[in-house]
Ligand binder design. Structure first.
Ligand SMILES: [Zn+2]
Length: 174
């Protein structure tokens, strides 16, 4: 799992943390700076380099909508944000090669902070309007490295329509 965590663009896993606790690992940024980063933050890409100052909050980002197909289960939809949705999909989210994952749409955001706040608002709206479409984490915990906010496939159209309002990075008509 450590390897998957380190696949975020620009960061390379070096080994266990020396100064901080067991929840941290030591990483090297592409600028050469070494830093101990909480595994949870690496998993969710909430990382800022203390050497060069490049961080998730100020760097360009994307809100994405993904569809997952897990054997013997109905499709699931994930809404989230990432600096690199493709890398997040292939190197972080899926726990085994039998899981089929597809990026349906991405909307480019000027910064991670903007992406995070819009994503939060979208989740809030979806929870209010479709509380029964939120899939309990027990159902996907073994398959996806995600803690919450996975929806039933019937919300796909709704989520794509919301994303389209922001303008998209993949739809050539915008
Ligand atoms: Zn750096």
């Amino acid at each position: 799992m450590g390897e998957a965590e380190a696949k975020i663009t620009g960061w390379e896993l070096i080994g266990p943390a020396v100064e901080k606790g067991v929840n941290y690992r030591r990483y090297r940024h592409s600028c050469g700076h070494h830093q101990e980063i909480a595994r949870a933050n690496m998993q969710t890409e909430r990382v800022c380099c203390g050497g060069c100052g490049i961080g998730w909050a100020t760097a360009p980002s994307f809100i994405y909508c993904m569809r997952f197909g897990i054997l013997h289960m109905p499709h699931m939809i994930k809404l989230g944000f990432s600096r690199n949705p493709r890398s997040r999909l292939h190197h972080q989210l899926m726990c085994s090669p039998e899981i089929g994952g597809t990026i349906l749409l991405t909307a480019s955001m000027p910064t991670g902070r903007t992406a995070q706040s819009l994503e939060k608002r979208m989740h809030g709206a979806l929870k209010r309007t479709h509380p029964d479409a939120i899939i309990p984490p027990e159902q996907y915990r073994e398959h996806l490295r995600v803690k919450s906010e996975i929806y039933e496939a019937r919300l796909e159209t709704t989520i794509l329509a919301m994303l389209n309002q922001f303008g998209t990075g993949t739809d050539p008509s915008v």
